[in-house]
Each structure stands twice: as C-alpha cells, then as structure tokens.
Design a protein around this ligand. Sequence first.
Ligand code: HEC
Ligand code: HEC
Ligand code: HEC
Ligand code: HEC
Length: 470
Amino acid sequence: MLFQGATIPTDRLAAQQAKADGIIKAMQAMGLTAAGIAPQDLAGGIDYLIRAQQKTRFPWLSMNLVRQTDRQPLFSPFIITKIGATKVAVLGLTGRIPGPTGNADGNFTVLPWHDVLRDTLAKVRDRADMVILLSSYPCPVNERIARLFHGIHLIIQSGHAAVNMPPKQVDNTLICQVGDKGGYLGRLDISWNASHRWRHDFAGQLRTVQDRLDRTNWLIKRNRWIKRRSPRDKAAVAEQYRKLLDTRNKLRTEIRQLQERSQKGAEGLCAYANSFISIKTTIPQDRTVEAIIVQAARTVNRINRKRLQLQRQRLRTTNRAGQGHGNNPDQGMAALVGWRTCRGCHPGQTEFWRKTGHARSWRTLAAVNQQFNMNCLVCHVTLPPYDKATGYNTEQRLARLPSTFNNVGCEACHGPGKKHARQPKLVGMRKAGVTVCLTCHTSEHDNNFVFKHKLKKIRCPAITRPTPAA
Ligand code: HEC
Ligand code: HEC
Ligand code: HEC
Ligand code: HEC
C-alpha cells in the first residue's frame, strides 16, 4: 500500500516516506478499519512503520512480523470489531520477504505462517462469528491455509495481481483479491448467519461440469466418425467409445445431482455477492481526501526540490575538480539547442506548438506540485535521445536541465537540432513518427492513444516556402 518497490534508494527515502504519510492519512480519512502489512510496506524501514503507527494509530495488523530478539509481535496480530450484530475478527498475515529489505534496520523478522496461524486463530475463534484473514501470501499458499484451518471464513489477498480475482471457494473459505495499484475497488456483500457456512458455489461448479460434458460430446461425435471409416485397430476404438459413453453418463448424473443440491442445500447457508468497481476519472473527488493528497504532494515536492538542488551543487563541484570525459552527461545535451533557436527560422510551427499542451507540460506538473519529481519529469521535459553508451544519466541531466527545455519541445519529436540549425540545407531533421510519441504516450499515461487522431492535434504546419537561413 505504501511503497512501489521492495527497496528504496537512501536518497529517495525521505520523499517516499512523506508520500506514505499522505497515503496513511488519506486511508484514515476514508474510514479504514484494518490494514494487513505486506512485505513492500516495510521498504521504508520498520522504524518508519512503527513511528507512523504511533503517530496516527493506524490499524496495521500482522501476527508474524515480530521483534528479532523476543519474537513478540510489533503490531496487533488481530482486531475484533462489530459489524451490525456480527462480531468479526480481522487477522493480519505478512507474506514472505523476498531477500533483504533495503532500509530495514534488521531488528525484526517475519515468521512463516505455520509458526503463528494456529495459535492466533485459537485466540479469536470463540470470540468472533466471522474470521477474516488479510494475507499477502500468494494464492496457492492461501489455498493451503484454507484447507488446513477451517475457521477462516474469508481471505483477502494482496500482492501482485494486475486483475481482480472473483471469490474462490476452498472448503468453507472464500479467497478474493482486487487488482493492484488501486485501479479497482472490490465489494463483497455478505449475508452471514448462525450456520457460519458459505452457500456452495453451485453455479461455478455446474459451469465446469457442463464444459466437460460439451467436450465429451464432441469427442463422441469424432469417435463415431473414426469408427465409420473402419480403422485398423477396431477393438481399441470400440473400447474408447465405450469409455466416452461411460464418462458422459457420469457427467450427466453429476449435473443432475448438482442441480438438486443447489435447489435444496441453499437454505439456511450464508450468501455473498461480489462486484468490482473500476476507479474512473469521472468519479468525483472527495474534498477531504483530495486536500490531504495535495498537501502530501507539496511536502514531497519540497523534499525533491532540495534533493535536486543538492545534486546540482554536487555536480558543480565535481565538474570543477575536472571529471573524466567518457561519462560526461553533457555530451547528449550538447546536441540540443532549444525551441527559441528553431523559432528564428520556423516562426509558424513555433506559434502552433506554443498553443499545444506540449509547450505547457512542465507547468502542468507544477500545477500538481510534481515539477521536481524525477519520475514525472522524464516525459514532461525535453531530453536528448536515450544513449547509454555515452554514460546517459537521467538524474544528473534533470538536475541541471536549462529551463528552456522545461516542455516537450521541438527536439523531443524532431531529434537534436544543433547541426540542422547551423546548416539546414545540409542536415535534415527527423520525421516525427509514432515511435517517438510512444516513448511518452505509454498505455499507463495515455490510455487512448491513436496516432492518426492525436497527430492532427499536434502536427506542425508544413513548410510552405523554404525559410531563408539566418
Ligand atoms: C517527451 C514526451 C512526449 C513525446 C515524445 C510526445 N508527447 Fe504528446 N504529450 C506529452 C505530455 C507530457 C503531454 C501532456 C501535456 C500537458 O498538457 O501538460 C502530451 C500531450 C499530448 C496531446 C494533447 C495535446 C494538447 O494540446 O492538449 C497530444 C494530442 C499529443 N501529446 C500527441 C503526441 C504525438 C502525436 C506525439 C508524437 C508525434 C507526441 N505527443 C509525442 C509527452 C510527449
Ligand atoms: C511515460 C511518460 C510519462 C510520465 C513518466 C509521466 N507522464 Fe504525465 N503525461 C504523459 C502524457 C503522454 C500525457 C498526455 C496524456 C494525454 O494527452 O491523454 C500526460 C499528461 C499529464 C497530465 C495532464 C493530463 C491529466 O491526466 O490530467 C498531468 C497532470 C500529468 N501528466 C502529471 C504527471 C505526474 C504527476 C507524473 C509523475 C507522477 C507524470 N505525469 C509522469 C506522460 C507521462
Ligand atoms: C537557420 C535556420 C533554421 C533553424 C535555426 C532551424 N531550421 Fe529547420 N529548417 C530550415 C530550413 C531552411 C529547412 C528546409 C530544408 C530544406 O528544404 O531542405 C528546415 C527544415 C526543417 C524540418 C523539415 C524536415 C527537413 O529536414 O527538411 C524540420 C522538422 C525542422 N526544420 C525542424 C527544426 C527544428 C526542430 C529546429 C530547432 C532545433 C530547426 N528546424 C531549426 C531552417 C532552420
Ligand atoms: C509532439 C511532437 C512535435 C513537437 C513537439 C514539434 N513538432 Fe514539428 N512536427 C511534428 C509532426 C508530427 C510534423 C509533421 C510530420 C513531420 O514532418 O515530421 C511536424 C512538422 C514540422 C515541420 C514541417 C516539416 C515539413 O516537412 O513541412 C517543421 C518545420 C517543424 N515541425 C518544426 C517544429 C518546431 C520548430 C517545433 C518546436 C517549436 C516543433 N516542430 C515541435 C511534431 C512535432
């Protein structure tokens, strides 16, 4: 929930923690009851998590995130809360940490689930009508857990899943998960009663058996066809045909039984209905939460600005000390001239460009307090083409990018223009094709990029008569 990766470079820690502070506040404003701690939440360090919890009383849960020394849990293992008349226990289980966590100070360990689950469940079993486990283990592990411990009624998974997972029933446990990165909300309406047993998912099971029956019918047809063509091994074909008919009979019986049971057995059991809500930009913002996000973005931006300034100073001193050539980040920059130079000979195209969003792209970031965020800048400014061989270093380059490149400028599309600006008749410019657009218009940042349509909006007017060289 808090961090993007399992580790954070030290110089980015402060900004990432400020962002995490914002997430915690926003979640609280939305009325969160409980949150399981996943391995990635530890990327900012265990101390950060403990401090944040003490400051905000955020309901973090984990039964297996323990102090290294005495193996005592560092956070509440569970909470018991009342929803209507139903007493619900919510337990947190932290998934396995892949390798060492970057900034963790080391005084904690994450115990495997089989060391802790039984004892923790024993503590809540008689105190709750329903038991929910928040687990960041992957699905196969949660399925094993469901088979071993019958007292868990619902497992809500977290972790890497691009798509939503509708509830899967394993014995008397439902396992479900929404896709990551907050693209979806999941909603599970539950009608819970004294049976403490889920109504069986007959519909899903029926579909599976029906599929198998369809396939068997198809095989039977094919087999008849083979038989008619009098094959060499008649006995084997006949044997297989008999087996297929047998399978078909069994499947038909199974379907009949399932239908009967679904009519009879549903009485008195607990029901659920699952739905996912996709988070579209058309959904109006909540004012309180929006204010929290703006505030957090400002803080992060302040930290990033300082970092960029420091980086710039550091570069200045190393440059004065005389740096070796091979890795000079200026090398790529030296081929760029900036839009003002192009304006001299292409006033019409420049006028046109200045009316497009590309000319405002840096200000767009400033408007949302993100103009010092390296992650955003790469697409909202003009950089020379990616060139690893010459020691390309985005961080260093961004740290001292002249302000004339604070836009998606001419050279972002047409390529470096210094040689062309000197000798336009000798050196041509690149055609701005779809490949260059897609370096920035990725599906994540522009989900409706159709080159033909978008081109119309930003295509500079053609050169009508050759502009004389200055
Ligand atoms: C260096 C990154 C980058 C490249 C290359 C790029 N774009 Fe963009 N584009 C952006 C950004 C960032 C915005 C948002 C600008 C804003 O409103 O702040 C944008 C906005 C746009 C818009 C909306 C313009 C408007 O006036 O609101 C269109 C259309 C567009 N781009 C088309 C293209 C096409 C077509 C190409 C390729 C020929 C291209 N872009 C290349 C980054 C890029
Ligand atoms: C991979 C390139 C890329 C990165 C990285 C990127 N953007 Fe953009 N951004 C774009 C493009 C392309 C558009 C134009 C989209 C369109 O025209 O539909 C855009 C548009 C925008 C807009 C205006 C349109 C809108 O959605 O409201 C904002 C604001 C914005 N970006 C903010 C950010 C922030 C903040 C970050 C960093 C967290 C960021 N961008 C990182 C490519 C990028
Ligand atoms: C000294 C004047 C001058 C400057 C400065 C200049 N151009 Fe040109 N540009 C020209 C001329 C003249 C042509 C037409 C060349 C021809 O007809 O062969 C041209 C052609 C072009 C073309 C059409 C493609 C081609 O190569 O024929 C593009 C695109 C272009 N320029 C972009 C730029 C960009 C971007 C800049 C700034 C980096 C720039 N120009 C700076 C004079 C200039
Ligand atoms: C978002 C990408 C983009 C940006 C930014 C951009 N252009 Fe263009 N430009 C195009 C496209 C696309 C065309 C039409 C196809 C082509 O000639 O590459 C074009 C055409 C041109 C042409 C006419 C070429 C001809 O053959 O007639 C010139 C000159 C030109 N641009 C100059 C500029 C200058 C100067 C700037 C900056 C002030 C600029 N462009 C910014 C995409 C861009």
